[in-house]
Ligand binder design. Structure first.
Ligand code: PAF
Length: 284
């Protein structure tokens, strides 16, 4: 599997495949790959003849004081893992290739509303950074399909919305979260946890599951959110938000809504953990 850095080389390789009638899948990542990313590659291979992965730590989606400098960069190991999964090409551009005029005057893609709630409320500008780089990566590679993890559920909806709103001819596929044996959602940022924190980290997912169970039993949304937030706090995590939302657009859920997602974020040591649980209730 080759690794390339230039957009023109990416275009040339993908263009040749598409001219030969091959479908191309794109798996955008920020590297430091884990089993969740490798599942994206496997799902991509099931949907297309050719798979391109990208590794780019996108500075535009990190706020001031966030972990841009500390974010783990493990390109050689990422390349080895991608090759092992049968990925065809790795695009790992430099920042100057993605933002040649600099980040300040880079044209931005905004997805209003969806970007301002939940994680967007805590991390202003984050989803504009994600939407901008994803839009650019899709335009650079011009794949038939692109795959993203459902762990970042809000990000997935932002990307679906931008692709729809900008009439981009690409299919967006969400792929189920991969979890550690104790339920913790896999994330490149789990490496920030020390041994004691790692033992406490599954509390977020446990709280989501308990919340789902309570909703199934007919408990009110407000009480469920309050109890789950308290459970997270008691486990030694600092909750950012815990919220029951309508899965299609992340609007606040009301009694009678059936297709739900419970989303949570919490701080633990140097890490900010996020996770979610989909839930379908009887609407009757
Ligand atoms: O989910 C990620 O790893 C990133 O937000 C993405 C989609 C690769 C954009 O930088």
């Amino acid at each position: 599997m080759d690794r390339i850095e230039r957009v023109r080389d990416l275009r040339e390789r993908v263009g040749a495949w598409r001219s030969a009638g091959e479908r191309v899948a794109l798996v955008p990542t920020m590297g430091n790959l884990h089993a969740g990313h490798l599942r994206l590659v496997r799902e991509a291979r099931a949907r297309a003849e050719r798979v391109v992965a990208t590794v780019f730590v996108n500075p535009l989606q990190f706020g001031p004081g966030e972990d841009l400098d500390a974010y783990p960069r493990t390109l050689a190991e990422d390349q080895r893992q991608l090759a092992g999964e049968g990925c065809d090409l790795l695009f790992a551009p430099r920042t100057s290739e993605v933002y040649p005029r600099g980040q300040e005057i880079q044209t931005r893609v905004e997805v209003p509303g969806l970007s301002d709630i939940l994680c967007g409320a805590t991390r202003p500008g984050h989803f504009a950074g994600v939407a901008t780089v994803v839009c650019k990566l899709l335009n650079m590679a011009q794949p038939d399909v692109a795959l993203f993890g459902e762990k970042d559920f809000q990000q997935l909806l932002v990307i679906r919305r931008l692709v729809e709103d900008l009439d981009m001819p690409v299919e967006i596929v969400g792929v189920a979260t991969v979890r550690e044996a104790d339920g913790l959602a896999m994330s490149s940022r789990n490496g920030y946890l020390d041994a004691g924190e790692r033992l406490r980290a599954p509390a977020l997912y446990q709280a989501l599951r308990q919340a789902g169970e309570s909703l199934r039993q007919g408990e009110s949304i407000e009480r469920v959110e309050r109890a789950a937030t308290e459970a997270i706090l008691e486990s030694g995590l600092r909750p950012d938000y815990l919220s029951v939302r309508v899965a299609s657009d992340l609007s606040p859920a009301h009694s009678g809504d059936a297709d739900l997602v419970i989303l949570g974020a919490a701080y633990l040591g140097r890490a900010r953990l996020i996770d979610n649980l989909r839930l379908t209730l009887d609407s009757g």
